[in-house]
Ligand binder design. Structure first.
Ligand SMILES: Cc1cc2nc3c(=O)[nH]c(=O)nc-3n(C[C@H](O)[C@H](O)[C@H](O)COP(=O)(O)OP(=O)(O)OC[C@H]3O[C@@H](n4cnc5c(N)ncnc54)[C@H](O)[C@@H]3O)c2cc1C
Length: 457
């Protein structure tokens, strides 16, 4: 399989290259794959040997509820090799050819591998990508993971796809921001102060909005590519164990935070074009539709927040994040701090770090109201630290005064604009003592009648 399939998956030659889907989500749940119902049956089992080897042929039967890239040659799929009661520990990973024979390259005449597309999803965006509801009926598949270790085997792929989600968010924002920037150089509006028509780029109110989007873009881009660099070290096996833990902690944060803040900033770009922003021909609407999915697939914001809490409870915990932040803060040149007037921003960073540390040293069980505000705090803080590191780099490499002053400004604005509020959100959440009472109150706000409602799906 490695020789015949992997080489095609990494090939750039269109005559032999394969693409692959990734089918995990089923009707009982995408966030929770432990309920996976698709069953894998070993073909010609040999009772004398132990576990089947990688590449062993199986038949799959089940229903995959969200299956993107249905025009690929292959897909990787999770299926049950242990009983349902084993949850995700009874799942293995399989390579599924979409058509047979798989080799040589499948032609349009090759036969479907027992895969029935029930319908293509009617989606809000990502129209270029076919996503199907499909059933697997006696479908030939090959074991890719050790038996019942499917989730662990696919986990590194999730890191990559989460990076792709963040890059998708930053990329969409970059394009929408470019459109909004250009528009301000050609659109004139009436300026009440000068009583004349002026270009939008000369209207301080408008430009301050664009500058805020620009700061957000830089923060999200530095955060994302900071994690890309760390992931690169990890893949090349040169990362220290502290860096590995930072990848573990910050990958779900980056995915959740960047996609969330990215979409909000793209919506702001739409507003910067007025009515033209809402028109299909100006593309921002499509960018919003396409990028919105980054908030959902590969794990929703709440699922990322729970993953951060899980990672924070691991052996090295949150400490590698705190140590890294402190090293960058303490290596900021004094001249940069004073010329950029960065003291307040740096104090906010220190307070945020203290709160993050306290949450994990004082709370044995993390309250259910903490994960989401905690993800936003860690996300904003991590982006701040990457921006500060960049400003220091600009200063130390002798960029012109204007050059490093600009980077320092971006760090200062991003940090002062929101970090302290996010810290207070976490403090507030950590002070909710009556968890059941709060949940009751929440239900009352949403449904009234003490939340006493029943419905049928
Ligand atoms: C366009 C598109 C393409 C997709 N393509 C694929 C694909 O190719 N392969 C694939 O496998 N999947 C694919 N998916 C599925 C996607 O990964 C799932 O939709 C996603 O993981 C969420 O799962 P769900 O839809 O079951 O939502 P649910 O898990 O039902 O979530 C509903 C809500 O509950 C919240 N929630 C869930 N669990 C918890 C919890 N424990 N605590 C608190 N809140 C919780 C979620 O945050 C969410 O707000 C695709 C989805 C879309 C939209």
């Amino acid at each position: 399989m490695k020789r015949d399939i992997r080489s095609r998956l990494i090939s750039r030659d269109p005559k032999i290259a394969f693409t692959s889907g990734q089918w995990m989500t089923e009707r009982p749940g995408g966030s929770d794959i432990s309920q996976t119902e698709t069953v894998a049956t070993l073909q010609s089992p040999n009772s004398s040997s132990g576990s089947p080897a990688t590449g062993a042929p199986y038949k799959l039967d089940g229903f995959k509820w969200f299956s993107s890239a249905t025009d690929s040659e292959v897909s990787v799929a999770l299926a049950r090799t242990g009983p349902l009661s084993q949850g995700s520990r009874g799942l293995s990973l399989f390579l599924v050819p979409l058509r047979l024979p798989l080799l040589p390259t499948p032609s349009p005449n090759s036969i479907s591998n027992g895969i029935l597309v029930h319908r293509l999803k009617n989606k809000f965006g990502t129209q270029a990508l076919p996503t199907a509801e499909l059933s697997l009926n006696d479908t030939t598949a090959y074991l890719l993971s050790p038996l019942n270790k499917g989730v662990r085997t696919i986990a590194p792929v999730l890191n990559i796809t989460r990076v792709h989600s963040a890059v998708g968010g930053v990329g969409g924002l970059s394009r929408a921001f470019a459109i909004a920037r250009s528009y301000a150089t050609v659109r004139t509006v009436n300026d009440s102060a000068s009583k004349s028509n002026v270009l939008l780029k000369n209207v301080p109110l408008h430009i301050s909005t664009l500058a805020k989007i620009g700061v957000t873009y830089q923060a999200l881009a530095h955060f994302t590519f900071g994690i890309v660099a760390l992931l690169g070290k990890s893949e090349c096996e040169v990362a220290s164990k502290e860096e590995e833990q930072r990848v573990r902690l910050l990958t779900p944060v980056m995915k959740g935070f960047v996609s969330d803040r990215g979409v909000a900033a793209i919506e702001e770009c739409m507003g910067c074009l007025g009515g033209q922003g809402y028109m299909e021909e100006n593309v921002i609407a499509r960018i919003i539709r396409d990028v919105s999915v980054e908030r959902i697939w590969e794990g929703t914001l709440s699922v990322m927040a729970l993953d951060l809490i899980r990672a924070s409870k691991g052996k090295l915990g949150i400490q590698p994040l705190i140590d890294w932040a402190n090293i960058i803060i303490s290596s900021t040149p004094f001249k940069l701090i004073s010329s950029g007037n960065l003291s307040n921003a740096i104090d906010s960073l220190k307070s945020a770090l203290t709160t993050i540390h306290q949450i994990f040293t004082t709370q044995a069980v993390v309250s259910p109201f903490i994960p989401r505000p905690f993800l936003f705090l860690v996300g904003h803080l991590a982006a701040s630290i990457f921006l500060l590191e960049h400003a220091t780099w600009a200063f130390n490499t002798g960029l012109s005064t204007a050059g490093y002053a600009r980077e320092a400004q971006v760090f200062k604005r991003w940090t002062e604009d929101g970090l302290e509020l996010l810290r207070l959100d976490v403090v507030k959440a950590s002070k909710i003592a009556d968890l059941k009472g709060r949940h009751r109150d929440d239900l009352e706000i949403i449904y009234g009648n003490k939340g006493d409602v029943t419905a049928k799906l």
